[in-house]
Design a protein around this ligand. Structure first.
Ligand code: NOJ
Length: 595
């Protein structure tokens, strides 16, 4: 495929934007995941075909062409398995079936077939740390006596104190409140307690139990047999707890994922420090050595299958050198780089985390991944312009301090994305960021659904603001998320989102959608994902400048324009996130130049 540069910076050549499945059919070999761009679909909020206000698999299938046109290599689907939805599907009641809310296994097969026909690989979310309390295993455990094999599938413990009415230890749930819930015996008397790192509807499994391990090998095979290309592994650092479950009080400046000071930045599971060398104490429920044996077993299961199936760890572990243990050659292929996500819009921070990431993952022969947004963090089009500290997972709402300026946020987000997509390694995109969607700050309180909102007595807004259904058609009811005569979307959409709708950006020079398409097209054409990064000096402290192959990337994170190389001609500009003046790169702008 020939790539032509845009007539104007940021304007795509529409002649080559159409999906071309015959050129992109899934290739074998080459370890595709090392450089892949993977698009996260949050099924509840992507496309609603049946009109019930919640997205579904048929909706996804019908919209896959738009993702092929965008130019992604793979999609990762957040959970769509049977679930009472107390944590939006991260509370699974049957790992081997589709929740009726989202469709059927036949709908899943049809979706997978279409994705593969378009050359798009498909990764599903696997939630092994905990099940739903509705899962048959947990119901059986509750019905079984203390000390039974059924109870041993979970983390049941006696309470402390004379009547066992004190919690077994002092651990606090990631969503707020205690990490323990007391059961009631069949005769109505108070019983044992069970551990739940997250909501009480999500009891933790006991991964020391071989029976549990065996079940998950079966679950992996169930989806591999259906043809999936891999798994995103939820809470991949939580499965094993320190023996004896000792009390633990996180440091003042650390969040529940156990890390250092920079936890504050983004969200759900604070614990990430942009300082790649910081090595905080390991909390007894995170990053225990025993988890690695589990993933070596999973690696072996994936090897039984042809093609290149992958595991990607959601592991909020720092420093990066420690996270690299999850991607040793016999474990997972990828791990989300949350240290990168947690970096501020600051050139020194970005340089440090990029260097630290490439170096740390290289020690085990793994590619770095890059990610700026997902369903657990404030969207980067808002986060990068926050002027006050914001705890990860706390979200933002009308009363949050330091609320972002929307225009500044979008401008920074576009530039940050241009940096990310030029880096060697694999990049993750979260649905809606290609439209420049900001966080929905003004969701009505009564619409909020995140357990964090409830478990913190409304102290933390939680993650609903990044989960609002995405807009497809300007002017249409639910912006085309659902059918015209369908129900309102499960989270209400803001009234001013016409401007973000895909239809309003499609083919429009300089739109965020066209910027993403151009970046992905150029990234593929210049093989940036498999390239090598070489830093360029001489641009000043607020500039990130590097060369990757024949592309030079310059990003100005500062507030004053920066001079560009003088010998540049208009043809040398492959992409610019804002219009360029004569010889200067404006504030909060990134450019890709032909080297
Ligand atoms: C991480 C997931 O990304 C998040 O959405 C979920 O609430 C927790 N794990 C618990 O499964």
């Amino acid at each position: 495929m020939t790539i032509e540069t845009s007539p104007e910076p940021g304007l795509p050549d529409t002649a080559v934007t159409d999906a071309q499945p015959t050129e992109t059919l899934i290739a074998t070999g080459g370890e595709w995941w090392r450089s892949a761009v993977i698009y996260q679909i949050y099924p509840r909020s992507f496309a609603d075909d049946d009109g019930d206000g919640i997205g579904d698999l048929v909706g996804i299938t019908k919209r896959l062409d738009a993702l092929a046109e965008l130019g992604v290599d793979a999609i990762w689907l957040s959970p769509f398995m049977t679930s009472p939805q107390h944590d939006a599907g991260y509370d699974v009641a049957d790992y081997c079936d589709v929740d009726p809310l989202f469709g059927t296994l036949a709908d899943f097969d049809a979706m997978l077939e279409k994705a593969h026909a378009l050359g798009i690989r498909l990764i599903v979310d696997l939630v092994p740390n905990h099940t739903s309390w509705d899962h048959a295993w947990f119901q059986e455990a509750l019905a079984a006596p203390e000390g039974s094999p059924e109870r041993d599938r979970y983390m049941f413990r006696d309470g402390k104190g004379p009547n066992g009415d004190e919690m077994p230890n002092n651990w606090e749930s990631v969503f707020g409140g205690p990490m323990w819930e007391r059961t009631t015996n069949p005769d109505g008397t108070p019983g044992q307690w069970y551990l739940h790192i997250f909501d009480k509807s999500q009891p933790d499994l006991n991964w020391e139990n071989p029976w549990v391990r065996e079940q998950f090998h079966g679950i992996l095979r169930f989806w591999l047999d259906r043809g999936v290309d891999g798994f995103r592994v939820d809470v991949a650092h939580g499965l094993i707890k320190e023996a004896g479950l000792p009390d633990y009080t996180p440091p003042e400046d650390a969040g529940s994922m156990g890390g250092g000071a920079a936890d504050a930045l983004v969200g759900l599971e604070p614990g990430i420090d942009a300082d790649a060398d910081a090595d905080p104490a390991t909390p007894p429920y995170w990053a225990q050595d025993g988890v690695h044996e589990i993933y070596r077993g999973w690696h072996a299961v994936l090897e039984e299958y042809d093609g290149e199936r992958v595991l990607c760890a959601e592991a909020w572990v720092e420093p990066l050198t420690k996270l690299a243990r999850w991607v040793r050659p016999d474990e997972m292929q990828q791990a989300f780089n949350f240290t990168y996500l947690s970096a501020g819009w600051s050139a020194p921070e970005l340089r440090a985390v990029i260097d630290g990431s490439i170096a740390a993952f290289a020690t085990v022969g793994a590619p770095s991944t890059w990610v700026l947004s997902n369903h657990d963090v404030v969207r980067h089009a808002s986060r990068l312009a926050l002027t006050a500290e914001n705890l990860q997972g706390a979200g933002i709402g009308p009363n949050s301090p330091g609320l972002p300026d929307t225009a500044v946020g979008l401008r920074r987000a576009r530039a940050a994305t241009a940096v990310m997509l030029a880096l060697p390694g694999s990049a993750y995109i979260y649905q809606g960021e290609e439209l420049g969607l900001p966080e929905d700050i003004y969701l009505p309180d009564e619409a909020r659904q995140d357990p964090t909102w409830f478990r913190t007595n409304h102290e933390k807004y939680g993650r609903d603001g990044c989960r609002v259904p995405i807009p497809w058609e300007a002017g249409a009811p639910t912006y085309g998320f659902g059918p015209a005569d369908g129900a309102a979307s499960w989270l209400p959409q803001p009234a001013d989102w016409d401007v973000y709708a895909r239809s309003a950006q499609q083919g429009v020079a300089g739109s965020t959608l066209e910027l993403y398409k151009l970046a992905l097209r150029l990234r593929a054409a210049h093989a940036l994902g498999t390239g090598t990064l070489e830093w360029l000096g001489g641009y000043g402290p607020e500039v990130v400048a590097f060369r990757n192959g024949d592309v030079t990337v310059i990003a100005n994170t500062g507030s004053t324009p920066v001079e560009l190389p003088v010998e540049r001609s208009a043809d040398d500009v492959l992409l610019a996130t804002e219009p360029l003046t004569e010889a200067a790169l404006p504030a909060d702008t990134a450019v890709w130049l032909r080297s």
